[in-house]
Design a protein around this ligand. Structure first.
Ligand SMILES: Nc1ncnc2c1ncn2[C@@H]1O[C@H](COP(=O)(O)OP(=O)(O)OP(=O)(O)O)[C@@H](O)[C@H]1O
Ligand SMILES: [Mg+2]
Length: 261
């Protein structure tokens, strides 16, 4: 039987040298990620969130500690783990459909299977009518959906998302958050998501990791046991918002919470 834990981050530290000075960015981070879980990482700018995601994805190596994915030490990127960047990473000269097909070249699917899968996942994100258009002919939210379809079509074990919805307006963001939850519940993909958006973290996550900075550490871990889909105006939701705002010291004493957001 497969282990319920898909990723172990074991005592990770990371330092970078800048202008001859070595600076510790991450210090002694340990996290276990369970299969099928959505885990958000929240923290102020520069605390090392993207650095941590890059290490988990095998795009960079840790100064100390190790990352184990499905029992094997992560030393390089693999198709089991896909990174979804904020700038979508689409090829402008390829159509929506070809952008998804090209992602599948890393799998051993033949061209007919690639086409079938590309269409299936584009249908899942509601873009079946846009398959022959080029990225510049569709909206930013749709481009992000193409990027999500491309990542999901590969059927990775783990998707790493670095502020995937940050550039979108509220409506597109809410729409895509719902789409992501729908697809994730069908596929049981594990997702680690970096976000600045407290509501997004509460809406999507089974667990929220709050980082502190200089050096970046996991300051607090919150389990969010509410069933999904979640009601953003419910008292439970407000409760988690309050806890997180207090962690970041955004809550002014004596002022009702709604004026602090
Ligand atoms: N390749 C690198 N070389 C040197 N320093 C780096 C490198 N990558 C990141 N850093 C430094 O590490 C720190 C953390 O960067 P990181 O990009 O992980 O932050 P972040 O939490 O993702 O911030 P943001 O929320 O703004 O995206 C920053 O001080 C940054 O300057
Ligand atoms: Mg970042």
């Amino acid at each position: 039987m497969k282990s319920p834990i898909i990723v172990n981050v074991e005592n990770i530290s990371k330092s970078f040298a800048n202008n001859g000075q070595v600076k510790q960015i991450l210090k002694d981070i340990s996290i276990d990620i369970n299969r099928g879980e959505i885990v958000s990482i929240l923290g102020e700018s520069g605390c090392g969130k993207s650095t941590l995601l890059n290490l988990i994805g095998g795009f960079d190596s840790a100064s100390e500690g190790q990352i184990i994915m499905e029992g094997q030490k992560v030393t390089h990127p693999s198709r089991k783990c896909i990174m979804l960047f904020q700038d979508y990473g689409l090829f402008p000269w390829k159509t929506v459909q070809k952008n998804v097909e090209v992602g599948l070249e890393v799998t051993n699917a033949n061209p007919a299977e690639r086409l079938e899968k590309a269409l299936k996942y584009l249908r899942l994100v509601g873009l079946e009518e846009k398959v022959h258009l080029f990225p510049h002919q569709i909206s930013g939210g749709m481009q992000q959906r193409v990027a999500i379809a491309r990542a999901l079509a590969i059927q990775p074990e783990l998707i790493l998302m670095d502020e995937p919805f940050a550039a979108l307006d509220t409506f597109n963001r809410y729409y895509l958050q719902d789409e992501l939850l729908k697809i994730q519940s069908q596929e049981r993909t594990t997702i680690i998501l970096v976000t600045h958006d407290i509501d997004e973290a509460i809406y999507l996550s089974d667990r929220i990791l709050i980082m502190s900075s200089n050096p970046g550490k996991i300051h607090k871990e919150l389990t969010v046991p509410m069933s999904k889909p979640r009601d953003r105006s419910s008292s439970d939701f407000q409760y988690f918002r309050k806890i997180i705002l207090e962690e970041f010291h955004f809550n002014r004493p004596g002022v009702p919470l709604e004026y602090n957001i």
